[in-house]
Design a protein around this ligand. Structure first.
Ligand code: ATP
Ligand code: MG
Length: 448
């Protein structure tokens, strides 16, 4: 048996002392059995919500979902969700139960849960309560619906996406019958809200098994991401590539750091290729201008999925720049760092690297050498505290206004001065920049 946190032991003891059953349940039991730190510890109990509140009247209690039987108890600043044993009522919209019913036994509560590995409860004295073979499935790495998979997916289509998400996160396989039902009912995912799809999708993408799952479950993936379907099996016959566009995409997802921004960027980076594909007379495929189209598709897709603004902005920009090729000279690279931004550039080098891992392996060494040189130059510029933005420039708009510059010329001249510094035409010193500014202002008045 695994160790329970002090607070969980206390909650269970207090409920038991008051005459109620209480267990840790669901994801925390699964993760603890896998020796992983659970995200949170959820509890299930025979006590009704009012009874839970009475037992914890000395604690801070928040009625997070009282109509669903959930009460959150705060212990040392940490929230613990305690839910009354319940079963879900009718599902008429494949989305959420029309009602919930409280029940008196643990078995019924465990039966309503989605997968065997998520349907275990645990008690410090009784050990793990495993009624559906969850422990074995955990040991063998299998995601299996509790009960009849068709029925369970028909009740709630989100479970279809949760199945592939858990299989990806834990690098598990999906039991055959469960997988069959998931594929067959994939179209019903249309009834699930975009927000919930996005939550599951991000977890799926960041999982250890993402590559395998994205390749093995196209029916499910393209139901939630119809924008990406044209990439599926689309050939790209050219020296850089050995995989079709979707297989390449999936490999780059797996090669990127396991964080949503990177994984989403790779997922979307070539989405514009189908629209931009041309084949020349030698039979070689080209995708000229695809990053612009990919960026537009990325933005549209993330907006549809109700992504937060910051993620949309970062992903769209990284997608737009993913094909950056720059001469490996200090000045050229620094101009690109300045244009793309100090924060985004190091992220872009990770995107470029992941992209190379999905291309022709024969060229990989040479391409990695290129991206390493970008990274080294970036680190060198940061280390030197190099002037890369207008904020770093030791000359300001106010200095220019004092010299008599007006309106738009102020911005134009500042950009020129920054570029002069990056190109090492002038030192980043106020006096030197002032002399240079005089020349630019003169040029601008002569040739506006
Ligand atoms: P995570 O590690 O992502 O938190 P989790 O398994 O804890 O995974 P939650 O969404 O927190 O997932 O749900 C907690 C528990 O509630 C699950 O372990 C499962 O028993 C049950 N559950 C959650 N969503 C569903 C669902 N759609 N259908 C049936 N049971 C569900
Ligand atoms: Mg959880």
């Amino acid at each position: 048996m695994f160790k329970f946190p002090e607070a969980v032991l206390r909650i269970i003891r207090q409920l038991n002392d008051a005459g109620f059953e209480a267990y840790a349940v669901g994801g925390c039991v699964r993760d603890a059995l896998l020796d992983k730190q659970p995200n949170d510890w959820d509890l299930t109990t025979s006590a009704l919500p009012d009874e839970i509140k009475r037992v914890f009247k000395k604690e801070r209690v928040i009625e997070t979902g009282i109509q669903h039987g959930t009460v959150t108890v705060l212990i040392n600043g940490e929230g613990y969700e305690i839910t009354t044993y319940r079963v879900d009522g009718e599902y008429t919209d494949h989305r959420r139960p029309d009602s919930v019913h409280f029940v008196s036994n643990l078995k019924d509560d465990l039966m309503r849960r989605d997968f065997t590995v998520n349907a275990m409860a645990a008690h410090p004295n009784e050990g793990v309560i495993d009624l559906f073979g969850g422990k074995d499935d955990l040991k063998n790495g299998v995601i299996r619906a509790v009960g009849n998979p068709e029925m369970r997916f028909t009740e709630d289509a989100l479970r279809i996406l949760r199945a592939v998400r858990f299989a990806s996160t834990y690098d598990f396989t999906i039991d055959e019958e469960t997988a069959l039902a998931a594929n067959r009912l994939a179209p019903t995912l249309e009834n699930v809200s975009e927000e919930r799809i996005f939550v599951e999708l991000k977890k799926l993408l960041c999982g250890k098994g993402a590559e395998r799952i994205l390749l093995d479950y196209p029916e499910i993936i393209f139901t939630v991401l119809p924008e990406l379907k044209p990439m599926y099996k689309l050939p790209q016959i050219n020296p850089h590539h050995v995989y079709d566009v979707w297989t390449h995409t999936v490999k780059t997802v797996a090669a990127a750091p396991s964080e949503p921004v990177y994984r989403l960027t790779m997922l979307l980076h070539d989405a514009g290729k189908p629209e931009k594909k041309t084949t020349d007379e030698k039979g070689v495929d080209h995708f000229i201008g695809h990053p612009v189209v990919s960026a537009a598709i990325a933005e549209k897709t993330l907006l549809r999925l109700k992504s937060d603004r910051a993620t949309i902005q970062t992903v769209t920009k990284l997608v737009l720049e993913h094909d950056l090729r720059v001469p490996e000279k200090r000045i050229n690279i620094r101009r690109q760092i300045s244009r793309i931004g100090k924060d985004l550039f190091p992220m872009l080098t990770k995107v470029i690297r992941a992209d190379f891992y999905g291309q022709n392996p024969e060229m990989l060494t040479e391409k990695l050498r290129y991206v390493d040189s970008l990274k080294r130059e970036y680190e060198c510029a940061i280390e030197e505290n190099a002037c890369l933005t207008l904020r770093d420039l030791l000359f300001t708009g106010r200095d220019l206004l004092q010299m008599g510059a007006k309106g738009k010329t102020v911005g134009i001249v500042l950009e020129k001065l920054l570029d002069d510094v990056i190109r090492e035409k002038v030192q980043n010193e106020t006096e030197a920049l002032k002399k240079r500014a005089v020349i630019h202002l003169k040029n601008l008045t002569e040739n506006p």
